[in-house]
Design a protein around this ligand. Structure first.
Ligand code: ZN
Length: 252
């Protein structure tokens, strides 16, 4: 039996429906630290679960935006890496159906992935909580007053990024779509996610329960390691590049 990236390539080639599920680990090589890793950049001195919490947004919007506004600017400047590109190429080649992602950084779309389900929302837009006005990423900067808080140009209501903050429910439509994809997937390819944050952590269970298999490409342990058909523990860029090479090298 083959092992390593070749085995993942074989699983992809054999499956009728392959869905990718990605987390923070796929964006680390793009210079976006996983904020659960201590001592990294912007979040170094704060607890994101406290600052990026919906209660903090309501209670102290100035403090919220003092952390979130530079994060927006930082994320806007990032580019997809080879791991994002491999998933986009697999989709273009008809080998994967969709990418479900916990990331809000838009890097799958920038890499060319077309069907991306963003279960934690994204930085692409922000919305007024009072009148519902929607502002694209490029124009949110114009909404800030001297107090450093973004308010709606129409009604002066509070404007919140369309990302899921701590303490908020996940967007229902995206979760339903993600669940349907995972239920019908023959193979769920989990990349760069510790698979520990619920409810996304329950998605691989749906694939397993309906008879599908899971493959994991993630550094460090996950709760699904013993259920996975294969687990690759190396760097996501190196591992996914090798999977693509194995698929391209395989006889048709
Ligand atoms: Zn408004």
């Amino acid at each position: 039996m083959t092992s390593g990236p070749g085995a993942v390539a074989a699983l992809i080639a054999d499956a009728k429906s392959v869905v990718a599920l990605t987390g923070a680990g796929i964006s680390v090589p793009s210079g976006i630290p996983d904020f659960r890793t201590p001592g990294e950049g912007l979040w170094e001195k704060v607890d994101p679960a406290e600052v990026a919490h919906i209660d903090a947004f309501h209670e102290d919007p100035r403090r919220f935006w003092s952390y979130y506004r530079p994060r927006f600017a930082d994320l806007r400047s990032k580019s997809p890496n080879r791991a994002h590109q491999v998933l986009a190429e697999l989709e273009a080649g008809g080998l994967i159906d969709a990418v479900i992602t916990q990331n809000v950084d838009l890097l799958h779309a920038k890499a060319g992935s077309e069907r991306v389900i963003e279960v934690h929302g994204s930085i692409a837009s922000s919305s007024c909580l009072s009148c519902g006005a929607s502002y694209p990423l490029e124009s949110v900067g114009e909404l800030f007053g001297l107090d450093g808080v973004a308010t709606c140009a129409c009604c002066t209501g509070a404007v919140k990024p369309d990302v899921v903050l701590f303490g908020e429910l996940l967007p229902e439509r995206a979760m339903v779509e993600a669940e349907e994809l995972c239920e019908k997937a023959d193979l769920l390819l989990c990349v760069g996610s510790s698979l520990e944050v619920h409810p996304v952590a329950g998605l691989p269970e749906l694939t397993l329960r309906s008879g599908g298999r899971i493959a994991i490409v993630t550094k460090g342990p996950t709760p699904y390691d013993s259920d996975a058909a294969i687990k690759l523990d190396g760097d996501v860029v190196a591992e996914l590049s090798a999977v693509l090479d194995a698929l391209q090298g395989a006889p048709a």
